[in-house]
Design a protein around this ligand. Structure first.
Ligand SMILES: [Zn+2]
Length: 183
């Protein structure tokens, strides 16, 4: 039987040891970023079958875009950088798989999987539900190459309890501005 707290997994985080940059930095970064000096990432949401899920996925893209770092998520544009968001019936609550060129430390593709074995708001607001936007906020943080951190109130903490809403916080904003620069 599964535990009531589920771990959100980044596959790369499992194999890379992501060290904090210094004790003052709450965010954690493994040294990779999307290709380009001001990268755009074309997000393909066709793998999310529910209209309400697509809408949540777009809202969360806008939230990350509003944090004034030098990258932008777009819906399915012609960007060479591609990310795909799917629902799946496998493993943990959600995970992000990041495809990288190791020598240049750049990302060229990513997949986010949300496990629809679990119940999400939307549409579920009864029983044991998870907040879909919170899960996507966390996984998009992985897409940008933030790793887990040890601050349990932070969005990039490794697990999220049911019925919990978290937002992009100071830790994450500092992290993406460090990785991509300030716009
Ligand atoms: Zn995670």
């Amino acid at each position: 039987m599964k535990n009531t707290r589920f771990i959100l997994v980044a596959l790369w985080a499992a194999v890379l040891v992501a060290l904090p940059l210094s004790s003052a930095d709450a965010f954690s970064y493994a040294g990779y970023r999307w290709k380009g000096t001001f990268p755009t990432v074309g997000m393909d949401l066709r793998g999310l079958n529910l209209t309400s899920w697509k809408s949540s996925a777009k809202t969360v893209m806008s939230e990350w875009n509003s944090k004034e770092a030098r990258f932008l998520f777009y819906s399915n544009d012609s960007s060479a950088n591609k990310a795909y968001v799917y629902y799946d019936y496998y493993g943990n609550l959600a995970f992000a798989k990041i495809y990288t060129y190791p020598f240049t430390k750049t990302i060229y593709k990513a997949h986010v999987y949300v496990n629809n074995f679990y119940s999400y708001n939307p549409p579920y607001t009864w029983g044991t539900w998870y907040d879909l936007k919170t899960v996507l906020r966390h996984e998009y943080g992985h897409l940008l190459k933030l790793e887990h951190n040890g601050n349990s109130s932070s969005l990039m903490y490794a697990s999220i309890p049911p019925k919990t809403v978290k937002y992009i916080g100071t830790d994450e904003v500092n992290g993406i501005r460090y990785i991509y620069g300030r716009r």
